[in-house]
Design a binder for this molecule. Sequence first.
Ligand SMILES: [Zn+2]
Length: 366
Amino acid sequence: MADARSTPRAASPGSVGSIRLMGVPIRLHFTFVLLLIFLVVIGLDSNQSPGSYSLFILALIVSVLLHELGHAFISSLYGIRTLEIVMYPIGGTARLERPAKPGEEFWIALTGPLVNLLIAGSIFTVLYTQHKAVNLFAFEQPSDGNLADRIALSNLILAGFNLLPAFPMDGGRMLRALLSRIRSEYEATRIATWSGRMLAISMGLYGLVYLPMLAFVAFFIYLGAANEGAASRGRSLTQGIPVRAAMVTDFRTLSHGSTIGDAANLLLATSQQDFPVVHGDQVVGLLGRNALLRGMALEGSASYIAAHMEREYASISPDQDLSEILPLMSSAGACALVMQDDKLLGLLTSENLSQFLLLRSVGLQP
Ligand SMILES: [Zn+2]
């Protein structure tokens, strides 16, 4: 497990803004922002007042958020930290610090849809106690009067959609967890990924003919299924292999008193992009290529690297399982220091990790 200093710096690409809930950063993907704009535009010419329409959209966002926080909460019970929640047009995704084990994954996946069922159930109960029958056709004539019905129905749809037994939906994760009791994890993932692709293709075709919005959703499901398949392939190629086997051991460091100019020379002279900064035997920071370029642009080559280096770097142990740190390495340009008892042993970057995976995928054991 990464220690307290580990802060995965890189957020998911394409995400904007960030707020924190229950200690988890929540980010909006730019496509989610586009969806919001789209929803506001199509809602302008409906029978609802702007107030109730905004309330409806807000309730949808909150429902998706609570769904994700449900996942995050159960994950935390298993001791898995949630690195971030990113909101996409087809829902949110909770990025976990390490992949869940099949037994854990089933319950983590189930909790999200359960939260939506709970919201729908509570609204139905309140309506029932007010002697109001639930209007199941509220979406056909949206009005201020059936706002609660529509929020409840939306949550039912969210639960049903997420329970579809196909990747990347929660139902697909539950399917994989169940399958991995009788098959290998790799094969279980292949089946769940395959069903995700089939679902996306049939939804896409149906959508193209009848409901263009559905084709849009299908596109994201297809991408999600493909991503999940690739991630799982990465996991199966790295499971049981220690970080030590993939780390870079031949690397250069910079001393605490070096200048940006020294760092730039090293960047040109080597193929390294990230330089550990040391003071005696102690690692005091990490200078990445971007920080170096920024320092060069802002203060010139004579300035000291200490002002520009990252003091909060990710550090991992050489004996840690590679599959556990894949999420940490998932963004391009990620770099972690491999340390044991405060001693620097090597570097692990997303580039050398992908080369390692490439070699293993063609059957070489580097
Ligand atoms: Zn979910």
